[in-house]
Design a protein around this ligand. Sequence first.
Ligand SMILES: [Zn+2]
Length: 239
Amino acid sequence: MKYKKLTGIVVRSIDYLESDKLLTILSFEQGAVTIKAKSVRKKGAKLAYCAQQFFCGDFECIESHGKLIMTGGSRVYDYSDIANDLDKYYYACHFTDIALASIMEEHPDVEMLRLLLNALYLLTKDGVNLELLASIYEMRTAVLAGFAPVMDECVLCGSSDKAMLFSIEHGGIVCCAGGIAVDRHITRFFKTLSECDMKEGFSLQVPKESLKALHLISLEYLETAMDRKFSTLDSINIF
Ligand SMILES: [Zn+2]
């Protein structure tokens, strides 16, 4: 048996057997890991709070036959408020879905995990613009994954004068192919997010009228880059 301490966040927590939970944790040390939390669904269980979705902190574990079992935990940051607001909850699930698709087992990705934790932190704040935060998070994820869009010149012919359409297919602005019309705010937003540090990225703003187009493009761009759909936010429209 080996002792292990991991720092990270619970992104999935599912009931297992009679009173256990299986936790998917994104950790700084090991990337995505599964940890068994024994008896945490029993009344008065001491470690129940560490087994909740979005619990962020240190996890003490023992490793036995290649499986991790939680023996202790302590909170580093409290994101539990997110679950009190349904829209924020769906955005948090959207963010963690994207992080889960980006961070693999045994492949820690410190930058991506920091991006997730910062986005969740901003979600807990009053008056946060959810669509803007999502666009920042989605585009920045694409950049971290190596898919920064080409924004200085036409991706296809290199002309820098008239390229004002954004092509998701070609990964940047174009003049000689079809694309989505983007204004200078969106162009600047994508360009800055590809080059700036994370703090500056999270403080980016666009005018209200550019926001809808921005969010449509950033989500589809990320989905195309990662070759998968992220449909959690579709659920919001049901209510
Ligand atoms: Zn061109």
